[in-house]
Design a binder for this molecule. Structure first.
Ligand SMILES: NC(=O)c1ccc[n+]([C@@H]2O[C@H](COP(=O)([O-])OP(=O)(O)OC[C@H]3O[C@@H](n4cnc5c(N)ncnc54)[C@H](OP(=O)(O)O)[C@@H]3O)[C@@H](O)[C@H]2O)c1
Length: 266
C-alpha cells in the first residue's frame, strides 16, 4: 500500500509511540490528523513536522468522552472529506494492585483503552463503509496476551481489544475495511510514568521494562512497514515477545514461572 497522500488519523499523537508514528508518516507524505487531550503537546508535535497547514489537522480529543466520537469524525471529514486510516493508539496504563483499585479507576481505564477505542473505530467505520475502503489499526499490547501484577485492568482492556477486533474484522471485510492489530512488547516511552494509580493519581515513576525497551523510532519504522503490507497482525518488540508462544504452548510451566517471579518481587 502506498501511503503518499493518504488521510491518516493518529490518536495518542502527543507523546511516545503515537508521536514517533506521526513523524514517520509525515516522511511518507501523508495527510495527518493528530489527536490526544493536551493541545500544547499536539502543537509541539505539529511544529516538529514540515507539512503545509492544509495537510494537517490538530484535533484535541478525550477518549473518556467517547460519546463525542461522531462529532470528532465529522471534524476530520470537514477538513479532508475522506479518511483512509485510523491509528487507534491513545491509551493509559495502570500501577496498582486490583484490591487497591477503585471501580472509578477501573472504569476510567476501560473507558479510554477499550470503550473510547471501539467508539472511535465504529464511528470511522461508518465513513469507510460509504467509501468502500479503509484501514483501522489498533495498538494492543503484550499485556493483551497475558497478565502481570499491578496491571489487571490494563490487561483486561487490552485483552478485550482482541475479542472485539477479531470479531469486527470479519464483519467489515465485506466493506473492504481492513483491521491491523499491532502488539508492542516493551517500548521506551513514558507509559508507566503516566500510569494511573489505584486512587486515580499519576504514578510518576518509570519502569526498567520501559527504560530498556525498544526505541520509538525503531518501532515506528516497523509499524509503517506493517501498515504498507496487507497484514492482520504484527508483533513489535524484543525478546519479551517470546513469552507469548511460551504461554500458548506450555501454559502450566508459564504460569508457575510467573508466580515464582511475582513472589520474588513482593
Ligand atoms: N510503551 C509500551 O511499552 C507499550 C507497550 C504496549 C502497548 N502500548 C500502548 O501504546 C499506546 C501508546 O502508549 P505510549 O507507550 O506511547 O505511552 P504515552 O507516551 O503515555 O502515550 C499515551 C498517549 O495516549 C494519549 N492519551 C492518554 N489518555 C488519553 C485520553 N483520555 N484521550 C485521548 N488520548 C489519551 C496521551 O496523550 P494526552 O496525555 O495528551 O491525552 C498520549 O499521547 C497505548 O495504547 C499503550 O497502551 C505501550
Amino acid at each position: 500500500m502506498n501511503l503518499s497522500g493518504k488521510v491518516i488519523w493518529i490518536t495518542g499523537a502527543s507523546s511516545g509511540i503515537g508521536e514517533a508514528i506521526t513523524y514517520a508518516l509525515a516522511k511518507e507524505n501523508c495527510k495527518l490528523v493528530i489527536s490526544s487531550r493536551r493541545l500544547d503537546e499536539l502543537n509541539r508535535v505539529r511544529n516538529n513536522i514540515e507539512i503545509a497547514d492544509e495537510n494537517i489537522l490538530v484535533l484535541p480529543i478525550d477518549l473518556e468522552q467517547h460519546q463525542n466520537s461522531d462529532e470528532w469524525t465529522q471534524k476530520v471529514m470537514a477538513k479532508f472529506n475522506r479518511l483512509d486510516i485510523l491509528i487507534n493508539n491513545g491509551g493509559i496504563s495502570q500501577e496498582s494492585f486490583a484490591l487497591e483499585t477503585t471501580s472509578e479507576v477501573e472504569q476510567k481505564i476501560m473507558n479510554i483503552n477499550y470503550f473510547g477505542n471501539v467508539a472511535l473505530a465504529k464511528s470511522v467505520a461508518k465513513i469507510m463503509q460509504q467509501q468502500k475502503s479503509g484501514k483501522i489499526v489498533v495498538v494492543t499490547s503484550i499485556i493483551g496476551k497475558f497478565g502481570l501484577p499491578r496491571l489487571s485492568t490494563y490487561a483486561a482492556s487490552k485483552h478485550a481489544l482482541y475479542g472485539f477486533y477479531d470479531s469486527f474484522r470479519l464483519e467489515v471485510q465485506k466493506d473492504n475495511i481492513k483491521i491491523l492489530l499491532v502488539c508492542p512488547g516493551f517500548i521506551n516511552t513514558n507509559v508507566t510514568l503516566n500510569a494511573v494509580t489505584g486512587d486515580g493519581g499519576r504514578f510518576n515513576k518509570n519502569s526498567p521494562a520501559q527504560e530498556n525497551g525498544m526505541k520509538t523510532d525503531v518501532l515506528a519504522k516497523k509499524f509503517v512497514s506493517a501498515l504498507k503490507a496487507n497484514k492482520n497482525h504484527k508483533y513489535i518488540g524484543n525478546k519479551e515477545l517470546l513469552s507469548i508462544p511460551f504461554k500458548i504452548f506450555l501454559p502450566n510451566i508459564f504460569y508457575n514461572i510467573m508466580l515464582k517471579m511475582s513472589n520474588k518481587k513482593k
